[in-house]
Design a binder for this molecule. Structure first.
Ligand code: ZN
Length: 217
């Protein structure tokens, strides 16, 4: 794939990986999680460029299929093509699979981390919402409350003996963390199980903060 550097503007050739089956290529999974599969340094100026490729993440052991479809016309065609191919094939082919569409490499990295930690992404999105409410409740300053509400929270990791949930998000120009007890996750899991409409029935759903927002008053 030919890339034009976002910094110096010079073209360079980058090798682009379009899909990975992590059972066959477990070594590539690390490159998904650290994002290096989606970036390439410009040979002219050294600036790291995001490749912006469409990508399929396939984990047959955990039965996960994540399509990274960055958006735009090309993506819409690709999305339609994938749906047509899958609906023409054996309807049982996706049975038992968790399938998602994601729009950025960062979102894909987060999905992999969530499911690798044995967690569920719908519950995590609700958990982010609850965590933001808690954080803004402790803030007096209105501008800061808004900054937290609008910040893109990402699942970072499970940590400590009690499996605390750690989120990371940008605030005042730097990345900061928010930590909540696992009981918050369990409470959210309870809410999701009592409200099955929160769980997407369309296998090509983008599960992100706006997905969960539609169920919250
Ligand atoms: Zn460059």
């Amino acid at each position: 794939m030919k890339i034009h550097c976002i910094d110096c503007g010079l073209p360079f050739e980058a090798e682009v990986t379009g899909s990975v089956n992590v059972r066959e290529h477990p070594e590539l999974k690390d490159r998904v999680i650290d994002g290096s599969l989606f970036m390439e340094a410009c040979p002219h100026c050294g600036r790291v460029n995001l490749l912006g490729q469409a990508f399929l993440y396939n984990d047959p052991d955990q039965k996960l299929l994540f399509w990274l479809l960055p958006g735009g016309n090309e993506t819409r065609e690709m999305e339609a093509g994938i749906k047509a191919r899958l609906s023409a094939s054996d309807p049982g082919i996706l049975a038992g699979y968790t399938t998602r569409i994601v729009r950025t490499a960062g979102d894909l990295m987060e999905k992999v981390k969530i499911f690798d930690s044995g967690l569920d992404d719908v519950t995590i999105e609700l958990c982010k919402h609850v965590t933001k409410m808690e954080l803004t409740g402790q803030e007096q300053d209105k501008a800061r409350q808004r900054a937290i509400t609008e910040a893109p929270f990402k699942f970072f990791r499970l940590d400590g003996p009690d499996n605390d949930i750690e989120f990371s998000y940008p605030l005042d120009g730097k990345m900061v963390g928010a930590r909540v007890g696992f009981n918050v996750y369990e409470d959210c899991a309870g809410i999701v199980s009592r409200n099955p409409v929160m769980r997407p029935s369309d296998p090509f759903t983008v599960v992100d903060p706006s997905w969960i927002a539609r169920f919250i008053g």
